[in-house]
Design a protein around this ligand. Structure first.
Ligand SMILES: [Zn+2]
Length: 85
């Protein structure tokens, strides 16, 4: 399993369980701050979402600064998140 790895075509994978704080992270390529709270789509756009049993399991974003695709994995359910803190 790769964590933050470069793939062909400029796709990066970010594991949210490895990120501290409110879930914001830097674009692996250009360092733009990508925050899940930011819904303006100025910094990033959502390309694809994967949902399993009504829970978000994977999200693919596109960084609008550099055009990289970033796949987010490691989403926690609310109960797991509470235990995580
Ligand atoms: Zn970027």
């Amino acid at each position: 399993m790769r964590k933050t790895a470069t793939e062909k075509g400029g796709t990066y994978t970010v594991d949210l369980t490895k990120i501290d704080g409110d879930g914001a992270f830097q674009c692996p390529k250009c360092g733009a701050i990508i925050s899940p709270e930011d819904e303006t789509e100025e910094v990033y756009a959502i390309v694809e979402t994967k949902v399993k049993k009504d829970e978000l399991t994977e999200l693919t974003l596109k960084c609008n600064q550099c055009g990289s695709k970033i796949r987010l994995t490691g989403f926690l359910s609310p109960s797991e998140e509470a235990r995580h803190k």
